[in-house]
Design a protein. Structure first.
Length: 263
């Protein structure tokens, strides 16, 4: 190596003078430690001082950067912002539900599922959406034929988040299904079926949150705030459900920057 380079890059493994065979060939595998260290020196000396990456502009055009919003929640419509007392009560109720679920999880996990309950495989995103929401909501069918019994045909109306079902879901499954439903909600309206499952899945999330779960629940809160603003009819029951989701994410899971300011 040149002396100037040696001054900028001091040797970590200094190589003293050593007797190398006259036929020493740096292109063949070294046979001794001295030959190995000498070969490293030679290769380092051949490296250019500056390396310029060859970038194909066409590839950059195909793969545009995705912008992810990190903003907080949108304020509630005037007159619909929840009180602090209401939010505190919802957090207390939710905490009690989580404690009860954890206490009785093994019991409910041991209970047999009904013969018509077949839980989808973990990677079956469409299967989980239909399982939780039902074909009516998933396919956005306004009405079903009169001869169908909606109270029994869970294929049509979706399976409720029964304790015997959610107790069988490990954290990977809970997070995956939560991701599937939030993804669906990103372009669809809020429904009671969706609300029940979101509440149940949040109740199953273990703290401290995994990074992916942390990102998902923040995404959920922001989406709820968007839908709440766009709620034209100002349905109190609908807005209350959206307020609840935001409240749990912000105040129970400690995402305080997303919390509603008390009215």
């Amino acid at each position: 190596m040149e002396s100037g380079v040696e001054e900028l890059m001091p040797r970590l493994l200094p190589v003293g003078d050593c007797d190398l065979a006259e036929d020493f060939d740096p292109t063949v595998p070294p046979r001794t430690p001295q030959e190995y260290l000498k070969r490293v020196q030679i290769e380092a000396a051949r490296c250019p001082d500056v390396v310029v990456a060859q970038i194909d502009p066409k590839k950059l055009k195909k793969k545009q950067t995705v912008n992810i919003s990190i903003s907080g929640c949108q304020p509630a419509p005037e007159g619909y912002s929840p009180t602090l007392k209401w939010q505190q009560q919802q957090v207390a109720n939710f905490s009690a539900v989580r404690q009860s679920l954890n206490k009785h999880r093994n019991y409910w996990r041991s209970q047999h599922l009904d013969s018509n309950v077949t839980m989808p495989k973990l990677e079956d995103e469409e299967g989980w959406k239909k399982f939780c929401l039902g074909e009516r909501v998933y396919s956005e069918i306004d009405e079903l034929s009169d001869n169908e019994n909606l109270g029994i045909d869970y294929i049509k109306v979706g399976f409720p988040p029964l304790l015997s079902i959610v107790s069988r879901m490990n954290q990977v499954t809970v997070t995956s299904v939560l991701e599937y439903l939030i993804s669906w909600f990103g372009e669809k309206k809020f429904t009671p079926e969706l609300g029940r499952w979101l509440y149940a899945l949040l109740a199953c999330l273990e703290k401290p949150l995994l990074p992916e779960a942390h990102s998902l629940i923040r995404q959920l809160a922001r989406r709820c705030s968007e839908v709440r603003v766009l709620e034209e009819s100002k349905n109190e029951e609908q807005i209350s459900a959206l307020n609840l989701m935001i409240c749990l994410v912000s105040r129970y899971f400690d995402q305080r920057d997303l919390a509603d300011e008390p009215s």
